[in-house]
Design a protein around this ligand. Sequence first.
Ligand SMILES: Cc1cc2nc3c(=O)[nH]c(=O)nc-3n(C[C@H](O)[C@H](O)[C@H](O)COP(=O)(O)O)c2cc1C
Length: 393
Amino acid sequence: MAQDLRSYLEQIKRRKPEDFKIVAKPVDPAYEITALVVKLEREAKQRPVLLFENVKGTKFPVLTNLHASRPRLAAAMGVAPEETQRAYLRAMEKPLAPKVVKTGPVKEVILTGQKINLYDLPQMVHHEGDAGPYLTAAISFAKDPTAEVWNCAYNRLMIKGRDTTSIHLTTGKHLWEFHRIAESRGEPLPVALVIGVHPAIALGALAIGSIDEDERYSLGERQREVVRVKAITHRRDAMFQDITVAHLDHLLLSTIPIEANLYRAVRAMVPSVKAVRVPGPFTCFVSIEQRVPGQAKNAIMAVLGADLYMKRVVVVDHDVTPAAPTSTPRRGRTATRQSGAWTRRPSPRSPPTRRATACRPRSGSGSTSRTSSRSGGGAELRQPSRGERGPLA
Ligand SMILES: Cc1cc2nc3c(=O)[nH]c(=O)nc-3n(C[C@H](O)[C@H](O)[C@H](O)COP(=O)(O)O)c2cc1C
């Protein structure tokens, strides 16, 4: 199995050459790269890995769309697509300890002091309304200031100066908590940010992830924590990885870890759980074999307790297969979110809350209803088509 990003790219080229496309024409990192990813995804229904060799204003080629297909992510884990959840659960149950090494190719170039210049990197602007260029594929590694506990997560950074970025720390998450602890001790929080890893490492970094994109609504101006960069290291012929946030590259990468995490959470409450599917942001389908009345509700509460962002949970009988939907539903609301519990609220610019009918219940409707199908042979649960976004399949 491929061990690093470069050998993984070679594996893709061998396995499915049309899955890797090189763009030699000069492109602007502001909007053009994202525009091409989205156009390919929406119009051509293609999701290849893209390498832009000639990016204006930088010597670094830009690699993007790496995670935009389930079969590619499955290949990164060395399993068939239908095996990803089982493989991820196995890895969660038996995690491998990291091996610390003295050095590696990433230290071929070491830049410190006045040599640090974040403006030498591709200045990626993804969407209208972005306040500046963002690094979207950086995985943070930090230690709890009070314990030997390490955390890694994706945290987006906005380039603010030669050696300065802001960082997006979701309230209540681990890195946010570590930063609060450090701040209360009057100390900075050391953090390493890594760009360009093998997708299996990217999946591992999201072991307790959630999808926090408010369906492509810009969140507006906010105060953010600041990162001061002390060193940049890279390979001599480094590529720069980008993730097109709020599109498949981001959402699919998040989905496999979330589904495994939610499966574990539901299994702790309802051992007869059969499947958990997250077809899009804020939505979860759970199929269970209900042994005693009330277990469907237990499953709903387990999901809501395990994911701050989850808004709709639909529990179905085990003979219903939660399939990939034809589109992502719009924002909905769940009736069972306990008042007083911390949850991520919709962004201020989100459209008014709408209730999404995420399945075809026999009677009644509502996003957190328990629906049953006894049609035998396995029915399919599908989203109503609103024609906005493709499936996370
Ligand atoms: C491409 C991508 C970008 C993300 N960006 C952010 C971010 O900017 N801030 C954040 O808090 N979480 C972000 N996330 C989600 C977190 O990485 C994820 O929820 C993580 O597991 C939780 O972080 P924690 O370990 O600090 O609790 C992103 C995930 C992906 C896949």
